[in-house]
Ligand binder design. Structure first.
Ligand SMILES: *[C@@H]1O[C@H](CO)[C@@H](O)[C@H](O)[C@H]1NC(C)=O
Ligand SMILES: *[C@@H]1O[C@H](CO)[C@@H](O)[C@H](O)[C@H]1NC(C)=O
Ligand SMILES: *[C@@H]1O[C@H](CO)[C@@H](O)[C@H](O)[C@H]1NC(C)=O
Length: 331
């Protein structure tokens, strides 16, 4: 009798185990077929953390590394988007000259004036505390700056930090494509526009028959921005393309807003543990890109309705709260 009971209990345990493994994980990771936009929206909603019962820092510490004397707006747009979307703390690492300018735009950001080789040790110390690091907006393309960005990416690789690379960081990658080789999970998301995509393509196309997005393997995903936003994941069924929602007007700063928002969503998607198998990184990347792309396009459309062709990046930033509640049905 006792023995039977024991076996029966084990049977229940085992069934429960099977149910948990397949019931919960089946959906997104194991199902065949590409993810529909409806599915992507519902997954995007799932990654947004609850406001209640969390403590400061739980919703993310995001860093934006970039900016220069000419381009002080780019890191500001990126950082403020990350913050507005819902990260708890957003840090900007920028040049000594740009730092006071960025600080004066917003008291909500934490700004470090360390974007220089002289502060390499300081930067390396800081990198450890961030959940996701967005590199590139307004960073500049001088040789010195390119070297510095490549060094930072290399350090992030050792620290296994998830990265979003945009703008001048993509330029830096074209100067040494091996910096992303073997990048560990949770990986890297590249956000090139059409022109940057063509540059990256010619930097790596010797080895890939034009499929440059696959060059760095499974942990690197790409979001090509344009009239249509296209996600290239190493997992074919996680790819998608998005049209509509935007306007014909592309405001300066829009790319920075997308990159910053993506920083916050990427962190949330990784924490949400959408599936726990070997494709979880790729799914998190795909869903984060979808959330950021949808939100940015909605901001664009809302700001365009109000300002028409006179719309500017700051108008889009102001629309993040209303766009967010439209897309995610959450305030
Ligand atoms: C390119 O990056 C790799 C890996 O980070 C590094 O080992 C190599 O020295 C770099 N090459 C150049 C020319 O900077
Ligand atoms: C992806 O990340 C995993 C886990 O860090 C690592 O084992 C694997 O080698 C990486 N893949 C590539 C192609 O770098
Ligand atoms: C392509 O390969 C050739 C020959 O190996 C090499 O000389 C050239 O630099 C490569 N181009 C790129 C963009 O890697």
């Amino acid at each position: 009798m006792y023995c039977n009971g024991w076996i029966f209990t084990c049977f229940i345990c085992l069934s429960l185990q099977v149910y948990l493994t397949f019931g919960l994980l089946k959906d997104e990771c194991l199902e065949e077929g590409i993810l529909s936009n409806e599915k992507l929206i519902s997954l995007s909603k799932r990654i947004v953390p609850d406001l209640y019962g969390t403590s400061k820092g739980d919703s993310g510490k995001i860093a934006v590394i970039g900016g220069s004397l000419e381009y002080s707006g780019a890191p500001y747009f990126g950082a403020l988007a990350a913050l507005r979307v819902g990260a708890d703390l957003v840090y900007v690492i920028t040049t000594e000259k740009a730092a006071p300018v960025v600080k004066s735009y917003s008291p909500d950001l934490i700004v470090y004036p360390f974007l220089s080789r002289n502060y390499a040790t300081k930067i390396n110390e800081l990198l450890q505390k961030f959940d996701v690091i967005v590199i590139g907006p307004g960073a500049g393309r001088e040789d010195e700056q390119v070297k510095l960005l490549l060094d930072i990416i290399q350090t992030c690789k050792i620290l296994k930090k998830p990265l979003v690379l945009d703008a001048d960081a993509l330029f830096a990658v074209t100067k040494n494509i091996s910096v992303l080789s073997g990048y560990p999970a949770p990986g890297v998301i590249l956000t090139p526009n059409k022109r940057e995509s063509a540059k990256l393509n010619s930097a790596v196309n010797n080895n890939t028959d034009g499929h440059w997005h696959r060059y760095w393997g499974e942990n690197v995903s790409v979001l090509v921005k344009g009239q249509e936003d296209t996600c290239y994941s190493s997992v074919v069924k996680f790819r998608w393309a998005l049209v509509g929602g935007g306007s014909a007007r592309r405001a300066a700063g829009q790319g920075d807003i997308l990159a910053g928002a993506l920083g916050t969503f990427y962190n949330w998607a990784l924490k949400a543990n959408l599936c726990e198998n070997e494709q979880s990184t790729q799914l998190a990347q795909s869903v984060a890109m979808f959330a950021a792309s949808t939100l940015t396009r909605t901001c664009n459309l809302q700001a365009f309705k109000e300002n028409g062709r006179n719309m500017i990046g700051s108008d889009m930033l102001k629309k993040i709260p209303s766009a967010f509640s439209e897309v995610f049905n959450k305030t």
